[in-house]
Design a protein around this ligand. Structure first.
Ligand SMILES: Cc1ncc(COP(=O)(O)O)c(C=O)c1O
Length: 372
């Protein structure tokens, strides 16, 4: 490859359109503090994501950290979660002075193994934080059943699940709350950004307080909040990007399907298959490099890099095995999560990825399988 191909590349709206859209800010000088564009983006996303209430934040991590905080769980309470995720999920739990209890995941698609949740529940358990990893949807019904049985809250990390519908409803409708990430690398982005979605007006108000210092009016600060507001430049980037979301998703779908077609019969290369049927957003193209392939994951990762193709070991190590968490928390048997983490490679996937680039990436993978 003459030019490097990275795992992702941000989608951008047409330059002139963005420049035109930000011009009014030079007149109004209203750059943040829940301005006009913040409000407009909340409305448009509420519609697009088909959710009752949405609160925009400065990034997805802050959304998760603050929404967990909004429940006011007692310090030291336990939260059952997945280690096969970005560190943000675990950080958000730990930074709230809660104990993550790691649950194993499913081989099929890497989501939390709902059959293993119940055995991890103790009198200290207060919540479950599952992740719709790669846009694969968790077993929402079973998780709800367990949560109802033990009076636990469910907070979905839906950072990867932008725009997904499940049973004809926006994915953010499930659980007590959910968060999205609008980071530059995501399917939809606001450069940096995120959102909390919930059904409950009370929770929405708490989120508002938490993201704006707890300030209610000029003379009243009612609670101790953080600063988690999305600014107007980001909101405008979101409004511009949202206009093109169908095109972005279509382009990603085509690339995803081409990869699937080219790689589906390569021995030892496994493409995860969602366990739960929902719409798809083609956020990532992960593959698992199994024994039959003949080279291990790290060898294939290196080989691609030698061809100027920068795939990612996304997610390796497991968050439970990261230096900051290793041996600090109770670990269930994480056999499957470890296996997937040792096998996974996420291949480049972005809006303007070219057919010939996919062909070349697939060819390298295919040509290096010892079984062909
Ligand atoms: C699973 C998961 N959770 C949370 C986040 C945090 O989102 P952000 O980067 O917008 O803070 C990410 C971000 O990449 C993520 O992948």
């Amino acid at each position: 490859m003459d030019k490097p191909i990275y795992v992702t590349r941000s989608s951008m709206p047409p330059y002139e359109e963005f420049i035109e859209a930000i011009k009014p800010l030079w007149e109004s000088r209203w750059l943040t503090n829940m301005g006009k564009y913040h409000q407009q983006l909340e409305k448009e996303l509420q519609d697009y994501l088909d959710v009752p209430l949405i609160s925009l934040t400065v990034n997805g991590h802050t959304a998760l950290e603050l929404v967990i905080q909004s429940f006011g769980f007692p310090e030291g309470s336990e939260v059952i979660t997945t280690p096969f995720t970005f560190v943000s999920t675990t950080h958000a739990i730990v930074r709230n002075h809660l104990e993550p209890v790691f649950c194993d995941v499913k081989e099929s698609d890497g989501t939390i193994d709902e059959k293993k949740i119940e055995e991890l529940i103790t009198p200290k358990t207060v919540a479950i934080v599952p992740v719709h990893v790669y846009g694969n949807i968790c077993n929402i019904e079973k998780i709800k059943e367990i949560a109802d049985k033990y009076s636990l809250k469910v907070i979905y990390d839906a950072a990867h699940a932008f725009g997904i519908k499940y049973h004809n409803k926006g994915i953010g409708n499930y659980g007590d709350a959910a968060i999205f990430s609008f980071h530059a690398t995501k399917v939809f982005h606001t450069i940096e950004g995120g959102a909390v979605v919930c059904k409950d007006q009370d929770m929405y108000s708490k989120m508002y307080d938490l993201k704006d210092f707890g300030i209610r009016n000029e003379e009243l600060t009612a609670s101790v909040g953080a600063n988690g507001k999305m600014n107007e430049f980001s909101a405008i980037m979101g409004l511009c990007n949202l206009k093109y979301i169908d095109e972005v998703l279509n382009a990603r779908k085509k690339s995803y399907e081409l990869y699937s077609q080219l790689l589906s019969d390569v021995p030892g290369i496994r493409i995860p298959k969602p366990d739960v049927i929902a719409t798809r957003n083609y956020a990532y193209f992960p593959i698992f490099v199994e024994k039959k392939y003949g080279k291990n994951r790290d060898e294939l990762h290196r080989l691609l890099a030698e061809h100027n193709i920068y795939s990612r070991k996304y997610f390796y190590p497991l968050t439970a095995d990261q230096a900051c968490f290793k041996n600090r928390y109770k670990n269930a048997n994480l056999k499957m999560a470890r296996q997937l983490s040792n096998q996974v490679i996420v291949l480049p996937l972005f809006e303007d990825l070219q057919v010939k680039q996919i062909d070349s990436i697939a060819k390298i993978i295919k040509d290096n399988s010892i079984s062909l």
